[in-house]
Design a protein around this ligand. Sequence first.
Ligand SMILES: Cc1cc2nc3c(=O)[nH]c(=O)nc-3n(C[C@H](O)[C@H](O)[C@H](O)COP(=O)(O)OP(=O)(O)OC[C@H]3O[C@@H](n4cnc5c(N)ncnc54)[C@H](O)[C@@H]3O)c2cc1C
Length: 381
Amino acid sequence: MSTFDVAIVGGGVIGASIAFELAAENLRVVVLDRQQPGQEASWAAAGMLSPAPDSPRDIPLTPLGRESLSLYPQFVAAVEEESGKSASYARDGAIEILLAPHGEIDRDQKAAEYRLLDLAAEAISLGAAREREKSFTPEARAALWLPEEATVEPRLLMAALLAAAQNRGVAIRAGCRVTSLVCEQNRCLGVIAGGEKIEAAHVVVAAGCLSGDLANGSAHLARLLPTRPVRGQMLALRHESFRLNRVLRSERGYLVPRRDGRIVAGSTKEEAGFEKRVTAAGIRKVLDAAIELCPSLAAAEIVETWSGLRPGTPDDLPILGPTDVAGLSIATGHYRNGILLAPVTAKLVREWIVRGRTDFDAAAFSPLRFDRALPSRAEPA
Ligand SMILES: Cc1cc2nc3c(=O)[nH]c(=O)nc-3n(C[C@H](O)[C@H](O)[C@H](O)COP(=O)(O)OP(=O)(O)OC[C@H]3O[C@@H](n4cnc5c(N)ncnc54)[C@H](O)[C@@H]3O)c2cc1C
């Protein structure tokens, strides 16, 4: 049996960021991952750092996204300094291209909505947009400039984060699947992993779309962890004479530049269970959107295709915070924004564990929100 101050279940961007942050508090931290950490959703992501809402359901998330975006420069600097590895963070802004006939009206409405949410957004002419990014379609009707948006390369970030956490003394156990949480009298005492009991004063569930499995038959834990997989298919393109300098997106898809010249195109949003297959229909959809946005990409080489499973939740919002089981916190369900939200999630979890509270109002993300509508429970955790 081993004993830690904090055991984190899951070594994706969320678990690794929390570990990195907590290790700065001189806590003994272990990250447990059923495989090599950083190979799931966090590996598959595009790496856009965009707090702009995709739909009205995302609006409660905007303040959290804005806060995380503002933490990014110092977060990345600390990770890079501790690891000696680059995460390829770039704050080059993003351009939204509107293609519908009434694109200018849509664009002005969007700009007004974004500004009400305290997001920097500027309606610019197509000429001004073309000075920043040459190759978007002549069919474009309007452009919106989002100067504060940034990008990071998720696979590089993951490698840097894991090395940085280890350098701060975090124990990382790969190939170590947590089969259950050890809970007695409404207190979590640790986990069972690989048949071994690992004791910890605090357990943090950060197991992405598989978090719900840890309920292990407990209806109460299942209500705290209602995660599901939402598949996203992606591809990477390369074109010798096509250079993208910043994120370009339309209503139907997005293009994200990589430092080595590749262009990542995404993505689908599919309820396909835990099936990570890349499908003909999925790739066609992503390619159609990419070529519609930048027709010259029709000649690009497809250098990679992949898919990943986003951790979805019933209301599309993350599940963040302490629970009514003492010693058990949850940090999952980041759905389409886990890369963006990693720094703020790590900061909040550190504050909950170290100070018992946080100044940021995170009530909308409480793990208890799914329980509130239900009658009081008589069942132990
Ligand atoms: C195609 C795609 C594009 C995306 N693009 C963006 C983007 O541009 N910007 C953005 O901010 N977000 C993006 N996302 C979302 C982002 O990738 C996720 O929200 C984020 O990676 C979730 O991180 P995580 O650490 O919670 O989960 P994961 O990265 O899935 O990590 C969970 C870890 O838990 C481990 N695990 C699971 N069960 C157990 C167990 N029982 N015991 C031990 N370990 C376990 C897994 O092995 C895994 O390593 C995208 C996602 C996809 C799929």
